[in-house]
Each structure stands twice: as C-alpha cells, then as structure tokens.
Design a protein around this ligand. Structure first.
Ligand SMILES: Nc1ncnc2c1ncn2[C@@H]1O[C@H](COP(=O)(O)OP(=O)(O)OP(=O)(O)O)[C@@H](O)[C@H]1O
Ligand SMILES: [Mg+2]
Length: 355
C-alpha cells in the first residue's frame, strides 16, 4: 500500500495491465500498449484475474476503444456520475500507460492549456526557444504518442475549444514564434468528457463536434446493476481509505440505491406509486459517497455494522438540495412510500430523525 491517497489507474492496476500485456497476442495499433481487445478486457474484467472497472454495456466500451484506434477523437457524454471521468482515466491507462495528461475544462481555461505557454524568465533572457516553451498536456501527448484527456470540454470558452480543431484535424500544433510545428506521433488521441446537464454552458462548435465520435454513457439499467457498481466501489474506496472493515451492508446498499432510483425516475419500483423527483441528480456517484460516509460512521462511531442511521443523514443531504421544495418532496416520499414498506421501519425512523 502506498502513501498516495489516490494512485493513478496505471499504478493501481499495474499488475493487471502487465498480465494482459503478456498474454495479449492480438494486433496492437501503433503506439498502443495493448490491443483493443485487451483494453476492453481490462475495462470490463474477465471474471478472473482482471477486475471490472466499468460496469455497463460491452458495446459501449467496444465503440469507445475502437474510436481511439481511428483518427477521430472520443467524446464521452452523459449525465453526472455515469463514470465518464472514471472510464476516460482507465482507457488512457490501458491504451498509453499514462492517464496523467489532463486538461481540466473550466470557464477560466486558457489557450495555453491546450497549446503551449512560455517560461517568461527564460523567454526574456534567451528569447523564444524550444527550451523556453512550456508544453501543454495536449502537446506532450502529441510528442509522446499518447492519450490526453480533456475534462468538461463544454465548460471551456469556445475559442479555447477551437484551438483543438487543428490538433484534431491536422494532427499538428504550429508554433509560429519559432517557425516550427509539433507533429503528433502515432498513438496520439484525445478523450474528452462532457456533461449532458450542463449542455449550453458553452455549446460544442459543430466544427469540433464533427471531429469527435460521441459515446453516451447510460445510467445503470437495472437496480441489480447499480447495486453491483455501488457495492464494488464502496468496498474499494473503504480499502483505499483504510476504513476499518465492516460487513458489506448489502441491505443498506440496496435501500439507498432503491431510494435513489425511485426518486430519479419518479415512480416506485413496483410501478404502482408516482413520486415527485427532487432537483438534484441523485447519481450513482452520490449513492457511492453516501454509503462510504455511512461506512465511516459505522466503523468509527457505531457497532461495526452499517445501519440505517448511518446512511440516513447522507441520503437526506443528497436529496434535499433546495431547502424548500426538495424538503417537501422528501417528506412526501418518506410518508407515502418508505413508511408503508415492509421491513423498512428502522429506515423510516432513521430518516425521520435525520430531519
Ligand atoms: N457504470 C459504472 N461502473 C463503474 N463505476 C461507476 C459506474 N457509474 C458510476 N461509477 C462510479 O461513480 C464514480 C463517479 O464517476 P465519475 O466521476 O467518473 O462520473 P462523471 O460521469 O465524470 O460525473 P461528472 O459529470 O459529475 O463529472 C466513480 O467512482 C465510478 O467508479
Ligand atoms: Mg467527470
């Protein structure tokens, strides 16, 4: 175990990647560490030595991986918490062995983050030279022939987004100050992520959109699938945070996932009762953090078993984002659905007591 709070995927799963590289006899695209087939196995697991990282439709992953082997870039699109960032990190780790080349898109992202900047001390002392230039992650990925990740692409100002167009279509980055250019080496590609919900912050220009293949990451199709995702991640997180081990608490996981799914979809699981949806997204990612906090509570202050009282506060916090309207939605859900449900009386009481 390392001191690092969150090791990069290629370090955390170095062994699995090595096992795959060794047995992989399928053709590898130029610059790739693994064949597309082995990358897909790394992502989805093989039911044996390779653990699943992303849980979802195989086809989605295959299309994403195949895209990276073409000259088109990959855009992962989806509602919050559908593992866009997570999948892009693991794809970069498996394809180029390095998931650290990253541009975080924000309203303040400057063009230097996509092209290059200057070390001004050297620039002033020596004039423009290759040594005075500070490459962006995109430029480094081009020279290394690797994958660069662009997070939250649509949050970047449009002119910064557009700086990617030449890179993606010509695979080159001109440096007019030096009268030079950087040409991308084989293996270079871009994985961008963007959020469905924030669409419209900065629309993706159509010129840029045409250079991406879009893959939409779905929300988990069934409750079973979501429970599987949540329990795996809660267990992994608990281990990496070195939380004292406590029994899986499958019952509590099931209840949290059920509540989230019902409130999200606006109808109870049996399809009988309509419920109102709160303003928050109630994503899988939020369910994971509610349960991880619950595990910490149970481990440090409870009797070592994850109980309803350990998750009640977290659920309420996730559901009630708007103190007025969401509070009404939550109350109504508690009284009409949770209260009547067989075997849920401890859960009802814990949620009521949580406020
Ligand atoms: N289908 C899934 N398979 C595996 N893990 C998942 C899945 N869905 C969600 N997760 C987990 O949810 C967490 C959050 O995912 P991530 O941050 O990648 O979401 P995101 O789509 O990038 O969200 P945002 O739009 O808020 O950036 C991760 O820990 C990830 O493991
Ligand atoms: Mg993300």
């Amino acid at each position: 175990m390392t001191d690092v709070l969150r090791p990069h995927a290629e370090d955390l799963y170095a062994e699995e990647l090595a096992v795959l590289a060794k047995s992989d006899d399928r053709p590898r695209p130029p610059g790739w560490r693994l064949s597309p087939w082995a990358v897909t196995t790394y992502i989805l697991g093989d039911g044996d030595q390779i653990t699943p990282k992303y849980i979802g439709p195989r086809r989605v992953v295959e299309v994403a991986v195949a895209t990276l082997a073409t000259d088109r870039a990959l855009l992962l699109l989806g509602v919050p918490g559908t593992a866009k960032t997570w999948l892009s990190e693991h794809l970069a780790a498996a394809v180029s062995g390095d998931s650290t080349l990253l541009v975080q898109g924000t309203a303040g992202t400057a063009e230097e983050a996509v092209r290059y900047g200057w070390n001004y001390a050297r620039l002033l002392a020596e004039g423009p030279s290759r040594e005075a230039l500070t490459p962006s992650p995109v430029m480094r990925a081009m020279t290394d022939g690797g994958i660069v990740r662009v997070e939250e692409l649509t949050r970047m100002p449009s002119d910064v987004q557009d700086a990617l167009i030449t890179v993606l279509s010509e695979k080159t980055l001109p440096i007019p100050e030096l009268n030079e250019e950087v040409q991308a080496r084989r293996g270079f590609n871009v994985i961008a992520t963007a959020n469905d919900r924030d669409r419209g912050v900065n629309e993706l220009s159509s010129a840029l959109r045409r250079r991406f293949n879009t893959v939409v990451l779905p929300v988990p199709a069934t409750a079973e699938e979501e429970i599987d995702i949540v329990s795996r991640r809660v267990e992994q997180l608990g281990r990496s945070l070195a939380l004292p081990e406590i029994p899986a608490g499958l019952e509590e996981i099931r209840r949290v996932v059920t509540v989230f799914r019902e409130l999200r979809s606006g109808v109870t699981e049996d399809g009988r009762t309509k419920v109102k949806s709160p303003s928050g997204t109630l994503s899988t990612a939020e369910a994971i953090s509610v349960l991880t906090s619950g595990v910490a509570l149970a481990a440090h202050f409870g009797d070592g078993v994850l109980r309803a009282a350990d998750v009640a506060g977290g659920i309420r916090g996730a559901v009630v984002q708007d103190p007025v309207s969401d509070q009404v939605v939550w109350r109504e859900y508690l009284e009409t659905v949770v209260r009547e449900r067989d075997g849920w009386s401890d859960f009802y009481r814990a949620c009521r007591d949580a406020g």
